[in-house]
Design a protein around this ligand. Structure first.
Ligand SMILES: [Zn+2]
Length: 113
């Protein structure tokens, strides 16, 4: 357990974000191909819109997963340590997003840009 960071504060942030995601998440409706009901949207527009909604939903569910993992790691005292190299994750990185599970070096190694 790290005592150099305010784990309690990060837990509050994570729980708040988890609530927001859960409250905002709605099941994705199937594309309605009935033109009359689709209204001014063309079928292509409706499908494109659905694809974007699904992509956004996927991102949110990934974030939810990360938050749950971070909360689990708080419970076990592993929070704030990188799941890649087990080094401490910089506090600034956790402040930017408390659900970060890796240090910046491991994040860059996994997703070099
Ligand atoms: Zn690391």
């Amino acid at each position: 357990m790290r005592d150099d960071i305010d784990v309690k504060y990060f837990r509050q942030q994570l729980e708040k974000r988890l609530d927001e995601i859960t409250a905002g998440q709605k099941p994705v409706e199937p594309v309605d191909l009935d033109q009359a009901r689709v209204g001014r949207l063309t079928r292509m527009d409706a499908m494109q819109q659905q694809a974007m909604t699904q992509a956004a939903a996927r991102l949110l569910s990934l974030e939810k997963q990360r938050i749950r993992t971070a909360l689990d790691r708080m419970a076990s005292g592993d929070y704030g340590y990188c799941i890649g190299c087990e080094e401490e994750i910089a506090e600034g990185r956790l402040r930017a997003d408390p659900s970060h599970l890796t240090c910046i070096a491991c994040a860059r190694a996994a997703d070099p840009r």
